[in-house]
Design a protein around this ligand. Structure first.
Ligand code: HEM
Length: 499
């Protein structure tokens, strides 16, 4: 009996520690079945673990998510060489086990889709955003509209006071949500009831983003029959519930929208005012592979991707200023010199606000929003360094390691917008390694929207208000709550009117 157990033990160890790893770049030793999940879980959100592995194993190493190997590429030049110059090879996406089939009944949406459907729908979404942005200026118009609503709400809180104590998170979140809602569905949440409705949805999205990275959830997608085990059942059901609520929300928006769009399609009078309208027009024109199911999951992916990302970056901008008051002083000096009033700042002002741009760059670098980026998949055999990597292998451009690389960004954990300013001629310095939106074929689809939002939001908000801590001896925490995108902890601060 003992010899049999010994033999099984030997076979498991031989397979796990040697055989399955023999052709892959070296990396941390994985446990059987759970891979390196324990190490990743031990020190969330993961920056330190990834950095440690890079130091130990070099710029290309392998770690394991359960039984799936992930090849992490940590050097900017290597990322460029593969993900940009050989973009098509790295444009695949990883599925965690049978996730797409179980959750969506197949490959729908954009984030986890590849091949012709991904290409066609990515191209179409980019074209819609471009049309809204350029020429028509619809994108800026919608952002400015929602900023006006936000400033009205904040000013109402002020009443006659010059200073108020406030929790900025919910206000920023609803403004960002309204912007993406305007672009996708053509409306925002403004009344009290609508805001309450949004607040519930917001909690669902946050939960969804957190649960999506939980090892237990991903484990179930890899070993689906185990979903009935008590602990796993609870976890997967929680995740599933959030998925269904978001799906239902998107489905409802399409239905509500269809009636209004039917009229505009019949009258053929207006250019599309939002993404759903543009999509339905395209469907009407008989475009292949444009279906309501695909539309729903496109909306799901863009709506979720477009909220936490931008909102969390903006909320962190306040936290960094509370911890670095001298940076806020510099922001205000530039705004007072160049703008000098409470007038609305628009995109035409962007090139003259050097410090504001440098501040946004440093916020994005420091927030380092996606500790593990999103996972890609090779679509054909390829050589990375000295390693021959097979088609269908999971690879990740490790942008979070690049943005904390001390060789490129000295004292990476210090908040220094000045690193993005050229001392000699006081111009914005372009540092290629600032890659918060990733690079290559899978680069963030919402980058142009997010950049516009970040600039208009930051420039206008800090022009109108100053933020200060409620208790300078007890500053709000900069801790990051782990998830696909990291989240700030709840906090309050003071807003002071500047005009
Ligand atoms: C500060 C804001 C944002 C940051 C830092 C950010 C960052 C990222 C990153 C790192 C990726 C993964 C790239 C890769 O796989 O290599 C991504 C993908 C994506 N982002 Fe963003 N994002 C932001 C805002 C937005 C917004 C506003 C939208 C709204 C449409 C959006 C939509 C998407 C989509 C749909 C994808 C998947 C693209 C694909 O798979 O082809 N993102 N984003």
């Amino acid at each position: 009996m003992f010899w049999l157990l010994g033999l099984i033990f030997f076979i498991v160890c031989f397979y796990n520690f040697y055989w399955k790893r023999r052709l892959l770049p070296p990396g941390p030793l994985p446990f059987p079945f759970i891979g390196n999940y324990l190490e990743l879980e031990a020190d969330p959100p993961g920056y330190k673990t990834f950095e440690k592995w890079r130091k130990m194993y070099g710029d290309v190493y392998t770690f394991w998510l359960a039984e799936t190997p992930v090849i992490a590429i940590n050097d900017f030049n290597l990322i460029q060489q593969h993900f940009v110059k050989d973009g098509e090879t790295f444009a695949g996406r990883m599925h965690v086990g049978r996730q797409a089939e179980i959750l969506r009944g197949g490959d729908y949406g954009i984030v986890f889709v590849e091949g012709e459907r991904w290409r066609e729908h990515r191209r179409f979404a980019l074209q819609v955003f471009r049309n809204f942005g350029m020429g028509r200026g619809l994108m800026e118009e919608k952002i400015q509209l929602e900023l006006s609503n936000m400033f009205d709400d904040i000013n109402e809180e002020f009443g006659n006071a010059k200073e108020i104590k406030i929790e900025p998170g919910p206000i920023f979140e609803i403004t960002v949500a309204n912007i993406i809602n305007q672009l996708l569905f053509g409306f925002g949440y403004h009344g009290k009831k609508e805001k309450q409705e949004f607040s519930k949805m917001k909690d669902i999205i946050s939960k969804h983003m957190r649960l999506a990275t939980w090892p237990s959830v991903n484990f179930v997608f890899s070993f689906y029959p185990l979903r009935y085990l008590p602990y796993l059942k609870k976890r997967i059901n929680e995740f599933w519930e959030t998925e269904l609520i978001i799906e239902e929300y998107c489905r409802k928006q399409i239905e509500l929208h269809k009636k209004a769009i039917k009229i505009s399609l019949e009258e053929k009078t207006t250019d599309p005012q939002d993404y759903v309208e543009a999509y339905l027009q395209e469907t009407e024109n008989g475009k292949e592979d444009f279906s309501e199911k695909q539309l729903m999951y496109m909306l799901f992916d863009m709506w979720v991707a477009g909220q936490e990302t931008t909102a969390n970056t903006l909320i962190f901008s306040i936290l960094y200023l509370l911890h670095n008051p001298h940076v806020q002083d510099k922001l205000h000096i530039e705004l007072d010199t160049i703008i000098g009033s409470d007038r609305r700042i628009n995109l035409a002002d962007k090139s003259s606000l050097i410090y504001v741009n440098a501040f946004i760059n440093e916020v994005q670098r420091s927030v380092n929003l996606l500790p593990l980026n999103l996972l890609h998949k090779t679509l054909k055999d390829v050589k990375i360094g000295n390693y021959f990597i097979k088609k269908n292998t999971i690879v990740v451009p490790q942008i979070s390691v690049v943005m904390y690389d001390e060789k490129i960004f000295q004292e990476p954990h210090k908040f220094k917008p000045e690193r993005f300013i050229d001392d000699a001629n006081a111009e914005l310095k372009k540092i290629d390694e600032l890659v918060p939106f990733s690079i290559g074929k899978r680069q963030c689809l919402g980058e142009s929207l997010a950049r516009m939002e970040l600039f208009l939001f930051v420039a206008n908000f800090y022009n109108l208000y100053k933020v200060t801590p409620i208790d300078p001896s007890n500053l709000p925490s900069l801790e990051k709550i782990p998830g696909v995108t990291i989240q700030p902890k709840q906090f309050s601060c003071n807003f002071i009117k500047r005009f």
